[in-house]
Design a protein around this ligand. Sequence first.
Ligand SMILES: [Zn+2]
Length: 148
Amino acid sequence: MTTSSHRPSPRADRVSSTSDVSSDPPPIMLSRCPACGAHASLTPAACPRCGGALFEAVAATGRGVVRARSEVWRAPDSFWKAYVPYTLVLVRLEEGPTIMGHAEASIAIGDPVLGSTTNRADRRVLEFQYCPLGESAVKNFGSHTNTE
Ligand SMILES: [Zn+2]
């Protein structure tokens, strides 16, 4: 009769290991403006940087930094009720866009993370895991943030 809401920390030793490609989860996809190289998490009507109206789908690296986190105790529907409490994060990807995903409860604002897609029952969700390997890349893109 144990409640197993407390999950053990994932081992970091599989992050950089070479795993068989066939088991890789599908990547996080972004829209990219071929005219100026700006990325967007959705497909906007026009590129916010250059006004271009054409976009191509590209795979994100999945690396980013946690900008916000919140713990969800009241699920939006019966499906998510089974996962309560769970942690949602806003992650600024190194390509620029900020996207929402799931993370383990120990994740903190400022943590470098690596995201991937995974399935929960029939739903595809984004999950971010702490990943110190992304730190150098994070510092690089963190220094030239977009002015909004
Ligand atoms: Zn553009």
